[in-house]
Design a binder for this molecule. Structure first.
Ligand code: FBP
Length: 525
């Protein structure tokens, strides 16, 4: 282990005051809930768990202190802090009763279906406290959807006599948690299923979940790198850096990194959609900035591009939707494309065409992280600059910051937030709740003042088309163009275009002044 790894093992995350004594905690009901959309259909699909109340943790006498058997699974992409959810869960279960067991399902949801697990011990967990990655038990993207998969999961839950199952995942994985909860009740199985909001993308947020875990660490890591690139650009003055940032559909990561680093140009997918901007229109606006900078002798710059941008460009969105439908069909091909989509497809460089046809993820989504939007944009910009007889210099360098930010040491914020989420999950199971998402509130306040609630997962759902079929899903939260964070960005961004207002956040700090160790995401502040 490196010295920093060892040092982080001994970091003790603070706890909200409400979690100080686990025996003196209960949940109060806050009124029945309903789905955010397609209420009738969601109720029909979740007859047992639909409409359950929002619950708030309060002081009171908690459930009996008997041993609990709980399974935990990491689902989907890595996000810093996952190991701390597991250690928080483990510590809370052992506090509830020393003979409690935590089983880690291996390799993601397929571990539940196939009954592949490990009984986790304190000795094993001791090496993973406050560490990045998901390597303790691994993760995966299997979606539990067939009757056979549900039945096998049930058998495993019964064989292990699980009191609870904690699904640590994004919107699709939490939808899966709700489906399992419903199925288990239906089959008379006592296993309660709890979801935990994970994803660097930040698109699993709502009026209660301020942000999913992993977002803070990922954005701080990317912002460090963007700041470094900006300083390099400012020093060498010869490259225009096109930086694509991970984050799937929503542009939360791009917005947060923009606020942290103040680059010259930032695209926000949701704004592109609202303005109905075509690829050409986006390129023209960007070229204006490059030209004006060129006239001032600034033949360099830093441009941020959210990985989901491509899905917000109207003609590309239609093309992707058509491709998703066509490729979901048996032996599907691009032959069925409409005439306008065929035209869009033909206009794209061959590499981008190939990337659009790549395999879908198990949820039927196009894998936007595999599409080189940064190349596509610089390609179009270069061609247009030529047409405009641009006199300056344009040398594009491409970057994709994604995987670099998912498995690093969690920031103090993520380490602390995740540890609390783990404890809350244990308590929800002890108190008998199922189909709920663990939620820690008041994240803008000092940790001591954080609150705890449980959200019925069905209340976050609506119906959407996936793999060509109507499915109940948690609605993805996109950047709110009327929200404070976007407004701050929109107010300042013109200044950043010509003058250089780069900020250099530097690497994540774990010790020292709280002004740089404990900063929360700017989109929250
Ligand atoms: P989750 O939604 O599962 O948290 O994954 C997020 C993410 O990192 C996206 O930002 C990215 O598009 C995708 O995973 C990449 O997937 P993979 O890890 O399968 O390449």
């Amino acid at each position: 282990m490196t010295p920093l790894q060892k040092k982080r093992l001994s970091y003790i995350p603070k706890k909200p005051t409400i979690l100080a004594d686990l025996n003196a905690i209960t949940f109060a009901e806050k009124g029945a809930t309903e789905a955010i959309g397609d209420k009738g259909e969601i109720q029909k699909r979740f007859p047992q768990t639909y409409g359950r109340p929002l619950i708030k943790m309060t002081h009171g006498k908690g459930g009996a202190s008997k041993p609990l058997k709980v399974g935990v699974v990491l689902s989907g992409g890595q996000a810093a802090g996952g190991h701390n959810v597991i250690t928080g869960l483990f510590d809370a279960l052992k506090k509830i009763h020393p003979e409690s067991h935590l089983f880690g399902f291996l390799g993601g949801p397929s571990g539940i279906v196939d009954g592949k697990y490990r009984d986790l011990s304190e000795d094993e967990l001791a090496n993973y406290r406050n560490q990045g990655g998901f390597d303790l038990i691994g993760s995966g993207r299997t979606k539990i959807e067939s009757e056979e998969q549900f039945a096998k999961s049930l058998e495993v839950a019964k064989a292990l006599e699980l009191n609870g199952l904690v699904v640590i995942g994004g919107d699709d994985s939490n939808t899966n948690a709700a489906l399992l909860a419903e199925y288990f009740i239906d089959k008379g199985c006592k296993t309660r299923v709890i979801g935990v909001p994970k994803t660097i993308d930040g698109d699993l947020q709502n009026e209660h979940v301020a942000i999913s875990f992993g977002f803070d660490t990922a954005c701080k890591t990317y912002s460090e790198m963007i700041g470094n690139i900006a300083r390099d650009a400012l020093s060498a003055k010869k490259y225009t850096h096109f930086i694509k940032l991970m984050g799937r559909s929503a542009s939360h990561i791009a917005l947060e990194c923009a606020l942290q680093t103040q680059p010259n140009y930032v695209l926000i997918g949701e704004e592109v959609e609202a303005k109905n901007q075509t690829l050409q229109a986006i390129a023209q606006d960007l070229i204006d900035v490059i030209e004006r900078r060129g006239k001032e002798g600034k033949n360099y710059g830093v441009i941020l591009i959210p990985e989901g941008l491509i899905e917000f460009i109207p003609e590309m969105k239609t093309l992707i939707q058509e491709l998703n439908m066509l490729l979901a069909q048996e032996g599907g091909s691009i032959e069925g494309l409409s005439a306008p989509s065929k035209k869009t497809f033909d206009y794209l460089p061959k590499e981008i065409q190939d990337q659009l046809l790549l395999d879908r993820d198990p949820h039927g989504n196009v894998q936007v992280s595999h599409i080189q939007t940064e190349m596509l944009l610089s390609h179009v910009v270069k061609a247009e600059l030529k047409k405009r007889n641009f006199q300056g210099k344009f040398n594009a360098i491409h970057h994709f910051f994604g995987y670099e930010g998912r498995s690093c040491f969690p920031s103090n914020f993520d380490a602390t937030y995740c540890y609390s989420l783990g404890i809350v999950s244990a308590l929800l199971i002890r108190e008998g709740f199922t189909g709920y998402m663990s939620c820690v509130t008041n994240l803008r306040e000092p940790v001591e003042a954080w609150g705890v609630i449980g959200i019925p997962i069905t209340s976050l759902m609506n119906m959407e088309v996936r793999k060509g079929k109507e499915k109940p899903v948690i609605q993805k939260a996109l950047v709110d163009l009327k929200g404070q964070a976007f407004k701050r960005f929109a107010r300042d961004r013109d200044k950043w275009k010509l003058q250089d207002h780069y900020q250099f956040p530097g690497p994540i700090q774990f010790e020292g002044d709280p002004s740089y160790t404990d900063q929360i995401p700017k989109i929250l502040s």
